[in-house]
Write a protein that binds this ligand. Structure first.
Ligand SMILES: Cc1ncc(COP(=O)(O)O)c(C=O)c1O
Length: 501
């Protein structure tokens, strides 16, 4: 029989009145807690010795109360295994009060209707319900090949760092992050991404999302204007909305974000959010000419550039292009990266490279948010990087994702040629397939989700509804079999039951 482990008891208050003996008070308390649902069937209760010590009473009344509860079937004892709330309670009033309270609350909520939220709170919930994110099946965007992750090496490093950890790993740490980790990140970014920085400029975060959130908090005031790529990353949009910023959509074309449009329409913008290495979601790379134009504009106008370099490790056809941050001579670029794709998303580790004069406000904002990231995992990842596992893993995954991308494109060509037009550079872990004109991509994604397929509708990345919808398809986490099966399910999802889009 599966039992719930020893768990928390709600507080027991004993009255110091002689007319109700302690054993009776205890018996009544347990009976009420069991029938009221505060103690669950199968839940372990403390030993009489521990309970007596906790209540600062002698053991006798506790033994008396337990004996009666056992005799009446509210508790059951197992020799050597402790005492538990009985699985089948004799009283048919079991849990009713708790259930009633729950139902009552539900009724009140329904009667009362929605309560007042802040404008930002309302704006945050304006995206449609995202049923396509409910499963981890084929084409889930941002899902790496978890079954290819070197979990053996990783768990050894976790064990090594957890065994007799020094104080520094268990106590409060620096808001900017664990120094050896920041040193390893600075070295990696300098070598691989042409980022120019010192370890002191690295702020470790719980992924890019927090990096975006903190950047928005530090750099923007309510109503400040922010230029966003159109289409662009909804996560960034959400982060800017939480500080009350106004978003200006700037179209992307085959050279990335159209900087000339920023010069025309975004003159007074405080910041620009951009994914120059691999535009999200469309997949193009920003041209060198546009990069220089953007940097010059930012230097002249005093705007910030928030560079989200979320998956640049994976380029298949050409060498990675150096970051905007590396070309910046005016300290205008806030460079953001993540370990979600190169390691795994639940690790929740990312970073911001902060211009030197912004280190204090960024550090203070992190401190005010959640102080710092888990030092244990920062230390484990430092070892993983320094011992060469990181570089090896990225090399392996680059080959694997290149293959998976080819497999996906082939499967689309053979099964959905007339339904999906593939676009995007040979990079990253996702591609975009444009649907035929007139197709409702949200509807397609919903139908696909019912078949266990995750495909993000392209239109959710737009601020202004696009004339043509599409699907964002991740291939990192799907093997060849899942890709083929996924594409045939997707094909069945494009049309409604009546055959129309
Ligand atoms: C453009 C972009 N930035 C950042 C991220 C990663 O976010 P995080 O590091 O918070 O997991 C993603 C993940 O999908 C993304 O698509």
């Amino acid at each position: 029989m599966k039992r719930t482990p020893a768990s928390y008891l709600p507080p027991i208050t004993l009255q110091d009145r002689e007319e109700i003996p302690i054993y009776q008070q205890l018996y009544d308390w347990f009976r009420r807690a069991i029938t009221g649902g505060q103690l669950r069937p199968g839940q372990r209760v403390p030993s009489t010795r521990n309970l007596a010590a906790e209540l600062k009473t002698s053991r006798m009344p506790v033994l008396g109360a337990f004996e009666q509860l056992l005799a009446e079937g509210y508790l059951e004892a197992f020799v050597g295994a402790g005492t538990y709330v009985a699985r089948s309670i004799p009283d048919d009033t079991l849990s009713r009060p708790a259930e009633k309270a729950r139902n009552g609350l539900q009724e009140t909520v329904e009667k009362r209707g929605p309560r007042r939220l802040s404008r930002r709170g309302v704006a945050l919930t304006n995206l449609p319900a995202q049923s396509w994110l409910d499963n981890l099946g084929a084409f889930r965007v941002s899902l790496p090949a978890l079954d290819h992750f070197p979990i053996g090496v990783w768990s050894k490093l976790v064990a090594r760092n957890s065994r007799k950890p020094p104080k520094g790993i268990m106590a409060y740490g620096d808001a900017m992050g664990y120094l050896p980790f920041r040193e390893a990140i600075a070295e990696y970014l300098g070598a691989v991404r042409g980022v120019r920085c010192e370890a002191s400029q690295i702020l470790v975060t719980t992924g890019s999302q927090q990096a975006l959130q903190i950047s928005a908090q530090v750099l923007l005031d309510p109503k400040d204007r922010v230029c966003m790529e159109e289409p662009g990353y909804p996560g960034a949009r959400q982060a800017f909305i939480t500080v009350g910023a106004q978003l200006i959509p700037i179209r992307v074309d085959h050279d990335g974000m159209n900087v000339a449009e920023i010069l025309r329409r975004g003159r007074d913008a405080r910041a620009v959010y951009v994914t120059p290495s691999h535009q999200y979601p469309m997949g193009m790379t920003m041209s060198a000419a546009r990069r220089m134009l953007l940097l010059n504009w930012a230097a002249r106008s005093g705007a910030w550039i928030i560079e989200d370099d979320y998956d640049s490790e994976y380029r298949f056809a050409s060498r990675p292009i150096a970051s905007l941050q590396g070309l910046d001579t005016d300290g205008r670029v806030i460079y953001i990266g993540t370990f979600s794709k190169v390691m795994f998303p639940a690790l929740r580790l990312g970073y911001v490279v902060v211009p030197t004069d912004l280190i204090r406000p960024f550090s203070a904002a992190r401190d005010a948010t959640d102080i710092f990231s888990s030092t244990l995992y920062q230390a484990v990842l430092t070892d993983f990087i320094e011992e060469g596992h990181f570089a090896r893993h990225i090399r392996r995954m680059r080959m694997l994702y290149m293959d998976r991308r080819k497999t996906l494109i082939k499967a689309i060509h053979s099964q959905m040629k007339d339904m999906l037009e593939v676009i995007g550079a040979e990079a990253g872990m996702h591609l975009v397939g444009l649907l035929p004109r007139g197709a409702n991509d949200v509807g397609v994604s919903r139908r696909a989700a019912q078949r266990g397929i995750s495909a993000i509708p392209l239109s959710t990345c737009y601020l202004i509804p696009p004339s043509r919808g599409g699907l964002i398809l991740g291939y990192g986490g799907a093997n060849s079999h899942q890709i083929h099966e996924g594409i045939s399910k997707l094909r069945m999802s494009v049309h409604r039951d009546d055959g129309r889009y």
